[in-house]
Design a protein around this ligand. Structure first.
Ligand code: TMP
Length: 211
């Protein structure tokens, strides 16, 4: 596949969406064909699954159902949007991918990272990003930022307590150890322009490898 697949990860409230949009705009202005997308969602079928997953009324949802729905949304998005764009040689930047399922469902929900990895293999068939940027922020600071932000949509997982978000963070630390070549840590505790600059510098190097 000729394009470049990059994913963005991190705890809730890390500011990854804002920063990534700014970086994507810079790359577009430089003439790169960039597709910025997100999980769960990015296409109508997966956005519908997102609504079910994130609806705060769905308190009865079983953890395995949750993991399967994220994997189902991932599959559809990969086949309908990500792979076709990569086949056309584009840069695809996806806000969350399989690492979110490993950290949130595998580790924090306690389903087991290996089990969640295996159901995701059915969905992604071994297809992984070339690079993943992990926006590193403590769960306390992430939750503080969510509470301070009036515009951000609050989802079912945001409503989990600090203990859950601490486990998510621990889960990500384990993924950083497991995939040291693929996952790059970005210090998301800095100001937005500083984080933007750090991510831009890294991503520009990734682009130089391919284009
Ligand atoms: P976001 O769009 O604000 O990042 O929200 C997505 C939420 O869904 C966030 O709380 C993380 C969660 N999530 C999972 O638990 N597992 C997954 O596989 C994905 C993609 C997201």
């Amino acid at each position: 596949m000729s394009g470049l697949f990059i994913t963005i990860e991190g705890p809730d409230g890390a500011g990854k969406t804002t920063v990534t949009q700014r970086v994507a705009e810079r790359l577009l202005n430089e003439g790169f064909e960039v597709v910025m997308t997100r999980e769960p969602g990015g296409i109508p079928i997966a956005e519908q699954i997102r609504e079910v997953l994130h609806d705060t009324k769905n308190t009865a949802m079983d953890s395995r159902t949750e993991a399967l729905l994220y994997a189902a949304a991932r599959r559809q998005h990969l086949m309908e949007k990500v792979r076709p764009a990569l086949e056309q040689g584009k840069v695809v930047i996806c806000d969350r991918f399989v690492d979110s399922s490993l950290a949130y469902q595998g580790y924090a929900r306690g389903l087991g990272v290996d089990e969640v990895w295996s159901i995701n293999q059915f969905a992604i068939e071994g297809f992984l990003p070339v690079r993943t940027y992990f926006f590193d922020i403590t769960p306390e600071e992430g939750l503080r930022r969510i509470e301070a932000s009036a515009i951000r949509e609050v989802n079912r997982l945001d409503e989990e307590g600090l203990a859950f978000h601490q486990k998510v963070y621990e889960g990500y630390q384990k993924l950083l150890e497991k995939f040291p070549e693929r996952i790059v840590r970005i210090d998301a505790g800095k100001s937005i322009p500083e984080v933007e600059e750090e991510m831009y510098t890294h991503i520009r190097q990734d682009l130089n490898m391919v284009y």
